[in-house]
Design a protein around this ligand. Sequence first.
Ligand SMILES: Cc1cc2nc3c(=O)[nH]c(=O)nc-3n(C[C@H](O)[C@H](O)[C@H](O)COP(=O)(O)OP(=O)(O)OC[C@H]3O[C@@H](n4cnc5c(N)ncnc54)[C@H](O)[C@@H]3O)c2cc1C
Length: 398
Amino acid sequence: MDLRSSAEEIAFRAMVHETIERLLPKELKAKVESGARLKKADGVQWHKILAAHGWGAPHWPKEYGGCGWNPTQVYAFEEEQALLGAPPMSPFPTKMVGPVIIAFGTPEQKERFLPRARNGEDYWCQGYSEPGSGSDLASLQTKAVRDGDDYVVNGMKIWNSFGHEADWMFALVRTSSDGRVQEGISVLLIDMHSKGVSHRPIITIDGAHILNEIRFEDVRVPVANRIGEENKGWTYAKFLLGNERALIAMIAPSTRLVSKLKRIATEERDGYGNRLIDDPDFRGKLSSLEVELEALRITNQRVMFEARSGTAGNGGAILKSKGTFISQGLSELMAEAAAYYGNPWIPAALDASWNEPPIGPAWAKGAVPLYMRQRANTIEGGTEEVQKNVIAKQILGL
Ligand SMILES: Cc1cc2nc3c(=O)[nH]c(=O)nc-3n(C[C@H](O)[C@H](O)[C@H](O)COP(=O)(O)OP(=O)(O)OC[C@H]3O[C@@H](n4cnc5c(N)ncnc54)[C@H](O)[C@@H]3O)c2cc1C
């Protein structure tokens, strides 16, 4: 297996770099680099700019308006966006529900949902987890009962990211209680503006409102919004979860954080010529994480190589587990670098409109919220213990 980049891959990356640099508005880049808390509108603005350029969903096949890029090209695109300071786009429309609709949707669903997902017009959320059904997802209880041409949905989803701002949810619901639990699940596309949908915010330790409890009370969802066959939703859910784990490796944002940390660590801190990089403990931790990240990048290339050659294994679990370790380690170093300027942090300072003079270096205000936010990496998209179980059983054969 040759993991070196070919001449075409190098040229492709250069083209992507130049295009993103040209398309990315300066104020959006400045907002990302300042560590300000990004809003829905920031990601949507960037998605629409890319869509206008024909890059709204680069990894989709061309017949659905994608670029038909292969995983290596998509990876280069992702990495260049992160390195150049583009705001992260929501993964739900193009990376999660889009591929499911392409693979299993009806022609009508494709026509209705795909163009809007590709162009950043609909904002999506993922309705999988429920109280008591996270790792043990197949035990979910939100019920959808058939009534004519509709399902009537009752139940609750939890830890739902961005549900309070979403137009649509791709949801797992129980349509049968017969047989194995996995056999009674269906996937519904639920209009979040429907009567009977409500949300309650969950504020996380970093002070952000991203997560929600979502309630469904007699919500009517047309049968035409079901993906694929009734009670076969577990197959579609697993297809989507595989994509999610590979996404959560966070190689591109971690690469950006390594560069940022190196910049911070080589700046003089105190007017006496002292720099963090001269502290052997800090330098050791940073270089060891950089080496780990390089190893993860190579593992990712190997996983992509396997995907291209049709020998895909369960690399997503390794990428998720190692990616979590690295991103959490880097966020710890950011908090360490910020030292007393990062603690206590001022929530209002994370708003891009905050005009008070900075306390300490400007980058320090986002350091502790980032540290706190990254704790969730261990849980979201499948917990660390579950990834280790997958690695033990499906990769090591234990
Ligand atoms: C920031 C964030 C965003 C999220 N966004 C979404 C979203 O948009 N949509 C959505 O549907 N969900 C979302 N989730 C939910 C997430 O998918 C679940 O939290 C996750 O699957 C774990 O489920 P749980 O919280 O019910 O924990 P549990 O499954 O109850 O786990 C509790 C503990 O037990 C351990 N455990 C469980 N089973 C095993 C086992 N078999 N072997 C060993 N240990 C085990 C776990 O590792 C964990 O430590 C989000 C979570 C977070 C933190």
